[in-house]
Write a protein that binds this ligand. Structure first.
Ligand code: TXA
Ligand code: MG
Length: 336
């Protein structure tokens, strides 16, 4: 089933039909404010296993459980969440996922065998209504095939999963464009596991003791010891080589090396690549536009006839810190 809804005012009767599929153990793709998710009833193990099978996702990579009401948190977590209250007050509903110790009956299939569970309360009107009508917390990773960029449009979901899922809810383009910020509250000190649309600067205004792991700050691609199972996998990668240039002084050398490669960059830089094919990501004046377009552009790289693509990096701050995190994972070579 493919249904189209108004992202701001989705018709309840349409969403109810899709929510009924969740109650019957089905798997449904739905829009959130970050990216599209591929959801199933988190307490229905066979439905959850279908998600892994459809996405070809390794079984040890846990899913995020989505809720619409804070009351649902009690059914999932087995810890005092006082330390996280300030973050919830500011960012929920919204693009922040929080990790807590799980209740014993939360299936280990959802959590990749871990004793913790990731929970998120999305703010997208379609996700909110869909979650409410489904009446159960919904386990959902991003609705892409494993390794591909997360879907920010229903067309991306169709490209990857059409015919494999019970329904796709088309709610248009997702406004934020990159996956939620993840903070682990299951330990003594809160730690950032994935940078996202809620920026480090914004989070630090709310909690002072946020730990930022070395690997997110260092110039490495991956942590030596993964804190989150998803970190060990290469992501978002186009089939053809993608060269991420961070040191602008080395740009000319890369351009010479790949004479036919298009350059992906901010609007402000386009004029520097006269005579070359360019793909605009967004404008530095409104860096959120860069996050918004990122995954769509990464998906188009493979359809361009060229041997490789070059992407010009950004200064890692605010939302562009999160964008650079995704670009590092997508790149086959980083020039810095
Ligand atoms: O914005 C989002 O977060 C989207 C939308 C659909 O909500 N979801 C999403 O899910 O990006 P996914 O599965 O693509 O990414 C979830 C990440 C993975 O890297 C996974 O390893 C990590 O969250 N994760 C989930 N549960 C975890 C846990 N208990 N401990 C550590 N990491 C966890
Ligand atoms: Mg994903």
């Amino acid at each position: 089933m493919l249904v189209k809804v108004d992202p701001l005012k989705p018709v309840e009767d349409i969403l109810r039909k899709v929510a009924d599929l969740i109650k019957e153990g089905g798997v449904v793709a739905f829009p959130t404010e970050t990216v599209y998710g591929l959801g199933a009833d988190c307490f229905n193990i066979s439905a959850v296993l279908k998600i892994f099978q459809i996405k070809r996702r390794p079984a040890d990579n846990p899913l995020i459980v989505h809720i619409y009401d804070i009351k649902q948190l009690q059914d999932l977590i087995d810890q005092d969440y006082e330390k996280a209250c300030a973050i919830m007050d500011v960012f929920w509903p919204g693009p922040v996922t929080l990790i807590f110790r799980k209740k014993s009956y939360v299936p280990k299939e959802v959590t990749g065998g871990l004793e913790t569970v990731a929970v998120r309360m999305p703010s997208h009107p379609v996700a909110q209504k869909f979650l409410r009508l489904s009446g159960t917390p919904i386990a959902a990773p991003s609705a892409n095939l494993s390794g591909k960029p997360s879907p920010t449009r229903a067309e991306h979901v169709i490209e990857d999963l059409y015919g494999l899922v019970d329904a796709i809810i088309d709610g248009g383009e997702t406004p934020l464009g990159i996956e939620s910020t993840i903070i682990d509250f299951s330990r003594e000190r809160p730690i950032l596991l994935r940078p996202g649309p809620a920026t480090i600067e914004e989070i630090q205004k709310v909690i002072q003791n946020l730990e930022i792991p070395e690997f997110l700050l260092k110039k490495t691609n991956e942590p030596t010891r993964p804190l989150s199972p998803g970190m060990s996998y290469r992501h978002y990668a186009p089939e053809k080589p993608l060269i991420l240039v961070i040191d602008y002084n080395k740009l000319d050398e890369v351009l010479l090396r790949y004479p036919d490669a298009p350059v992906i960059c901010a609007q402000e830089l386009v004029s520097k690549f006269y005579g070359r094919r360019t793909v605009v990501l967004g404008t530095l004046r409104e860096p959120f536009t860069i996050a918004q377009n990122l995954f769509h552009v990464l998906r188009t790289v493979d359809s361009i006839t060229a041997s490789a693509a070059i992407v010009v990096g950004f200064e890692s701050k605010g939302i562009l810190f999160s964008v650079m995190n995704r670009l590092r994972k997508a790149a086959s070579e980083i020039v810095e």
